[in-house]
Design a protein around this ligand. Structure first.
Ligand SMILES: C[S@@+](CC[C@H](N)C(=O)[O-])C[C@H]1O[C@@H](n2cnc3c(N)ncnc32)[C@H](O)[C@@H]1O
Length: 307
């Protein structure tokens, strides 16, 4: 019998091996999701996933809870996506409704949304590819330029900020989020990696910021959560220091509970970025999976480096 890609790395990746077993035994809809990620992304993916699981979910109780949350999050997204394929519209919802249903619902945030979002960044191809683009197009240039200060708006899990802090040992930064749950989750995430002296999340709307103080700025998957993304982008633009650089992303054709602004193409986001005064440097577009038939919408991740 030939050894699978996973068996070759399992020995050095015990938490990943445990996650693989839990999916295989308890979550049939995702039973081979770890093997598929290994086949697609290889050893460096396995190392990064193992580190994240080891630091954040070192015991089985924590790992089981995170995988349970991810599974509820993924199944809910799949149901909403199936409806979206027929309607090509997100159900009408205000920002205030989405905020009370999701961002201010602590049980949902801690049990489902934040662990779901975190694990999706390793398990969903478009999310992991977006992380790779972040490293190549933003983190490495920031390192090369000797960048030392950054701000993340809408931190959610804290994954992007943590990645940047790890890659740039002299960097300091802070995050802004309106959700007390995201604040707590991201602060705990960063502290678990021992990076809390260089970073903290503040419970603040970007509207209270907008003071040209951020030479390096991140905002990942927030635009599609807003009623007026251009107004928000204008605040981000004002937050960016002169000569600064921003990494901004949006989910396209992705029917999550709190996605209220439908972007269907990368160009639509680029028009909004330009309307807010940003100039485009680099763009990324990744798909969650191949469409079942030509023309069927699939969730996409669109990311941009702008100045
Ligand atoms: C999809 S999550 C972002 C994902 C996150 N970047 C990550 O890597 O996990 C959306 C986040 O944006 C936050 N948010 C929504 N509106 C906001 C606003 N006006 N200002 C700051 N944060 C906001 C939400 O509370 C939530 O934590």
């Amino acid at each position: 019998m030939t050894r699978t890609g996973f068996e070759l790395v399992a020995q050095d990746h015990p938490r990943l091996a445990r996650m693989r077993t839990i999916f295989a035994e308890q979550y049939r809809f995702s039973r081979d999701i770890v093997d598929r990620a290994i086949a697609a992304f290889g050893g460096s993916w396995a190392d990064e996933a193992e580190e994240t699981l080891r630091v954040l979910f070192s015991d089985d109780e924590g790992l089981n809870a995170a995988i349970r949350g991810y599974s509820v999050f993924a199944l809910d997204s799949m149901r909403r996506q199936a409806r979206f394929e027929k309607t090509l519209a997100y159900p009408s919802k205000t920002y205030a409704e989405a905020a009370s249903e999701v961002y201010f619902n602590d049980a949902h945030m801690m049990g489902v949304y934040l662990p779901g979002l975190l694990l999706s960044h390793f398990l969903w191809p478009h999310h992991y590819r977006q992380l790779e683009f972040f490293d190549a197009a933003f983190v490495r240039p920031m390192k090369a330029a000797g960048g030392a200060r950054f701000v993340e708006v809408g931190v959610g899990t804290g994954l992007y900020s943590r990645r940047l802090l790890q890659a740039l040992p002299a960097a300091t930064g802070y995050g802004l989020d309106i959700s007390p749950s995201s604040q707590e989750y991201a602060n705990r995430h960063v502290a678990a990696f021992g990076l809390q002296d260089r970073y903290q999340v503040h419970l603040r709307d970007v509207a209270e910021e907008a003071d040209a103080s951020a030479p390096w700025l991140l905002c990942v998957e927030v635009l599609e959560h807003l009623e007026d993304p251009v107004a928000f982008l204008k605040l981000l633009r004002r937050t960016l220091a002169p000569g600064g650089r921003a990494f901004i992303t949006a989910a396209l054709d992705a029917a999550n509970a709190d996605h209220i602004y439908l972007y269907r193409t990368s160009e639509e986001v680029q028009v909004h970025l330009q309307a807010a005064g940003f100039a485009l440097e680099q763009a990324f577009l990744g798909a969650a999976y191949k469409p079942a038939q030509a023309g069927a919408p699939v969730p996409l991740a669109a990311a941009f480096v702008v100045i």
